[in-house]
Design a protein around this ligand. Structure first.
Ligand SMILES: N[C@@H](CCC(=O)N[C@@H](CS)C(=O)NCC(=O)O)C(=O)O
Length: 214
């Protein structure tokens, strides 16, 4: 039995929910973190000393970190469709997964926290605009890479699309005038047609507006 810990409003949790949906796996979901709290409890810290969500428990195994959870689920339950035995083939989407955390997420957080989650009077517009520029440059990298392919790594959806695509909904919804370039827009339309994206990523997040704390 799979058990997922983490509030649905967390984009890191959403990545995992989306893949669970794609894999058609049933699971128990425990909302925690954010307004639900519980990450500093003894029980949770025993699962995850990093005190963050998501956490996946698969029988007696505990898996931490959203992208590691994606890889775990893909290799355990998504063989040949979501996971390739060949390490070079895998490196295509794994590179995007690393980039998503190292570069894209940092730029996204700069606008999402700096603008959306910051009370209006405390916003630092110099820093918000710098982060917005970084987001735009990430989008132009995606645009260049997409060429005429349907997804980031070719004709089929991969973990690259999940780890990068999860940010696009909020980036375009937060009313900062971020417009997607042409091919990125049609890639985004393909993500939006996935049931898991609709159900978990395109969900209302207005409770986070102007809230620095949870
Ligand atoms: N690198 C971690 C980051 C996890 C993370 O920062 N999670 C946030 C939610 S997006 C969290 O747990 N925040 C505390 C909370 O929700 O209470 C991952 O990818 O899983």
């Amino acid at each position: 039995m799979l058990r997922l810990y983490g509030r649905t409003t967390s984009y890191n949790v959403q990545k995992v929910l989306w893949l669970l949906y794609e894999l058609d796996l049933s699971f128990e979901h425990i909302e925690c973190g954010g307004k639900f709290g519980g990450l500093d409890s003894e029980e949770f810290l025993a699962l995850n000393p990093f005190a963050k969500v998501p956490v996946l428990v698969d029988e007696d195994k505990v898996i931490l970190e959203s992208n590691t959870i994606l890889r775990y689920l893909a290799s355990t339950y998504g063989k040949s469709i979501w996971w390739f035995e060949d390490s070079y083939q895998r490196s295509n989407y794994e590179a995007w997964m690393d980039w998503s955390i190292d570069v894209f997420e940092k730029a996204f957080v700069g606008v999402f926290w700096g603008y959306y989650r910051m009370p209006e009077l405390k916003r630092d517009w110099i820093s918000i605009n710098k982060s917005k520029d970084k987001c735009l440059s990430c989008l132009s990298i995606i645009e260049t890479y997409l060429k005429d392919d349907a997804f980031l790594c070719g004709e089929k959806i991969t973990l690259a699309d999940i780890s990068v695509g999860v940010f696009i909904y909020r980036l375009t919804e937060i009313d900062l005038g971020i417009v997607l370039p042409e091919r990125t827009k049609s890639w985004y339309a393909k993500l939006q047609s996935r049931g898991g994206y609709q159900k978990y990523v395109m969900s209302n997040f207005t409770e986070l507006k102007g809230r620095e704390d949870y």
